[in-house]
Design a protein around this ligand. Structure first.
Ligand SMILES: NC(=O)c1ccc[n+]([C@@H]2O[C@H](COP(=O)([O-])OP(=O)(O)OC[C@H]3O[C@@H](n4cnc5c(N)ncnc54)[C@H](O)[C@@H]3O)[C@@H](O)[C@H]2O)c1
Length: 252
């Protein structure tokens, strides 16, 4: 991937996967636009990346559930930075409630952030990629879409399964435009925010009983794969979903 390719990463200013992907793509030489629902943190992270790399990074406040805002940001980035070559749909949200008791707002919110948000970003970035005749999209799904367990909550599992299907259809539609679309399905990827939600036994149980490599995942584990999937060495790969789960859910 040469310099001056423009990459948009959603939910890039958090404590986990999105920020690791943004930093990795910046390391790869891309012109990464940091977007996040949280405007101040997006700006601060873009500034931190700028001081690490000695070049400017743009930021934009973007809640992916706001289709009008998504359209505006995609058009603005394409106009100001010379196109959109890479899109990483990282924004996700979940709340674990059993189907029989689920608050309808939980279902709607989860589908809205995880599935609709991914669709909106693709819907409004793809025309710019089609015009340019090239592009790479990676959607962050989850092994929750594959597993038969109540652990993730039905709304999240269904939304992430939808992301996989959306990935495959968009890949089929856009391959001949020079655009590849893939998805990544992480297992448990540790970040400091999750530490506040889950007790320590949750993580140790995962390491002892589930991960065959004896550790939880790190955001960089996902970022490395995304870097490969948007780069030139994966030019023959599209419509795929890759697990990154320490062997918890191998998928073929
Ligand atoms: N952490 C895990 O164990 C894990 C496992 C499988 C899949 N995933 C998926 O990976 C992605 C990143 O998860 P993470 O836990 O690393 O979090 P993260 O730190 O990458 O993301 C958190 C950020 O998301 C932003 N955000 C929340 N709602 C938003 C919205 N509507 N629009 C834009 N930004 C929004 C927040 O402001 C915050 O900065 C999600 O799609 C998640 O479902 C995570």
């Amino acid at each position: 991937m040469t310099a001056h390719k423009v990459a948009i990463v959603t939910a890039a200013a958090g404590a986990g996967i999105g920020a690791a992907i943004a930093r990795r793509l910046a390391d790869d030489g891309l012109d990464v636009v940091i977007t996040d629902a949280h405007e101040r943190r997006a700006g601060e992270f873009a500034e931190a990346l700028a001081s690490e790399h000695g070049r400017h990074f743009a930021s934009a406040q973007l809640d992916v559930t706001d289709a009008n805002a998504v359209a505006e940001v995609m058009d603005r980035v394409a106009a100001e930075r010379g196109g959109i070559h890479v899109l990483v749909n990282n924004a996700g949200w979940s709340k674990i409630e059993p189907v029989a008791e689920m608050d309808l707002e939980t279902w709607r919110r989860c589908l809205d952030v995880d599935l609709n948000g991914t669709f909106y970003c693709m819907r409004f970035a793809l025309p710019h990629m089609i015009t340019a005749g090239r592009g790479a999209i990676v959607n962050i799904s989850s092994i929750a879409a594959w597993e038969m367990t109540a652990e993730h909550g039905a709304a999240y599992s269904a939304a992430k399964a939808g992301v996989m299907a959306l990935t495959r259809v968009a890949a089929a539609e856009n391959g001949r435009h020079g655009i590849r679309v893939n998805a990544v399905a992480p297992g448990l990827i540790y970040n400091d925010f999750l530490k506040k939600i889950y007790p320590p036994e949750f993580f140790s149980g995962y390491v002892e009983n589930r991960s065959v490599v004896g550790r939880v995942g790190h955001p960089d584990d996902v970022a490395s794969l995304v870097s490969f999937l948007v780069g030139p060495q994966s030019g023959y790969i599209t419509g795929e979903v890759y697990g990154v789960s320490g062997g918890v859910h191998p998928h073929a």
